[in-house]
Design a protein around this ligand. Sequence first.
Ligand code: BTN
Length: 260
Amino acid sequence: MVSAVQKTKWLGKSWQFLECVGSTQDVAKEWALSGAPHGAIVVADMQTHGRGRVGRSWFSPPGKNLYFTAALQLPHSHPPLGTLSLLVGVAVAEALRKFDAKVFVKWANDVVSESGRKLAGILIEGFESVPQKVWALVGVGINVNLAENEFPDDLKPTATSLRIICGRELDRFEVLAEVLCSLEFWWEKWAGNEIASLLQAYERLDWLRGKRVRTILPNGAMIEGIAQGITADGELRLILPDGTEQRLVTGDVSVREAVS
Ligand code: BTN
């Protein structure tokens, strides 16, 4: 673990590595409330209640994967919050590409293989510790060394791991070191309101672009359209069959036929 935080300037310089937690998100929140510095990270070998977006759980067995939360203080002025998850997706995907894994970002919060199987998920939770001190708890789960037969049945059709993609096992802490460096780099750009390069990086890694996708709108309506990249606010642009554009602020989109 020590080697994982040696390449960064500030991210992860305060860290905790725990054998077993409910969720690293909760430990990081407690720590932030009791004085953790900006950039503190909580890493766990396993989670008993790893959580994903929209009330889902995150499969978190021991000894195989990476589960961490970075406690980051938002600067007073920052780009639209919708771009924060893009930042983390780009940071994780670029870091994993250092291991020759051909991975992509899938709006808004996933990192996927070429065939669209998910290997990393991102959960961002915000809270205010004292007035004016707003935190983002950036939680990242990466399937590193899971073999195909180690996924639960419900995840088998849609999930993958770095090991499956790269054809070899990887050192989890080497992966963490790259992810932290990349996250630090992109956070500095984002916090400095320089998001043009982030949007360009996202475009290079955008798995959805040009694909026919489907989503359920907050009003319950199902729509289908062609993904056309994102806006500067991090919204997904869909071109509908009648040629009009629909922008999605949040939600899940599926490209079911692309998963093989
Ligand atoms: C998702 O894709 O739905 C997001 C998954 C996020 C999982 C990570 S693992 C580390 C951190 N702790 C959690 O409980 N969740 C996030």
